[in-house]
Design a binder for this molecule. Structure first.
Ligand SMILES: [Zn+2]
Length: 211
């Protein structure tokens, strides 16, 4: 079963993706991870991606899709995969669905993690990281001391409220149209309430997958 995860930054797609992957016994594939693997392994697509990155350019969709094709053709994904961060725009959604079709497979479910903007800003701006040992924390104020190593907790620039609003605006403009596109193309989109307890969210996701 091929499952695509959608949802705004901070909705917990990565964490829930891992939990769902574990329960279903299939791998979770995140674009960043397969990209790094392809570069490390020196595959044709990996080398192509590296050339763009070395020039400071974004890796184009065609190369990302090539890397996804390799990943989805591998024996590890024979029973399925959970795709996290693979689809952020309508052209990427179109590219992925035709790629999956060319492999004789289909996108079985789209899980949409639903959470309000205010909750996201609260959640993301509540994250800090130690400037020494890089341990991430929740609900500890910037400037306080790391209990592990005595370093100072700081907020990532990406997690400043202003930056979060910008990331959300990008999501609304680029990724929300994917939801409409998916419904219009008869993909099975299931909305999941992404607030509250981690276990409850995983249970909701499993129910949405009819598992
Ligand atoms: Zn520390």
């Amino acid at each position: 079963m091929i499952i695509v995860l959608l949802g705004p930054p901070g909705a917990g797609k990565g964490t829930q993706g891992e939990r769902i992957a574990e329960r279903l016994g299939i791998p979770k594939i995140a674009t960043g991870d397969v990209l790094r693997d392809a570069i490390r392994n020196g595959t044709e697509q990996g080398l192509a991606a590296k050339a763009y990155m070395d020039r400071g350019d974004l890796v184009p969709d065609s190369v990302i899709l090539g890397i996804m094709k390799d990943a989805l053709s591998a024996p590890a994904t024979a029973r399925g995969a959970i795709l996290d961060g693979v689809v952020r725009t309508v052209p990427q959604a179109e590219g992925l669905t035709s790629l999956v079709a060319s492999l004789g497979r289909k996108v079985d479910k789209v899980l949409l993690f639903d959470i309000g903007d205010d909750e996201l800003v609260k959640r993301l701006s509540g994250r800090t990281v130690c400037d020494k040992c890089q341990t991430p924390y929740r609900d500890r104020e910037p400037g306080t001391t790391c209990p592990k190593c005595g370093g100072t907790l700081v907020r990532r620039p990406d997690d400043e409220p202003e930056a979060i609003r910008t990331r959300l605006a990008v999501y609304r403009a680029q990724t929300e149209p994917v939801i409409k596109w998916a419904r219009e193309h008869d993909l099975d989109v299931r909305e999941i309430d992404a607030t509250g307890d981690l276990d409850d969210i995983t249970d909701r996701a499993m129910k949405a997958l009819d598992k």
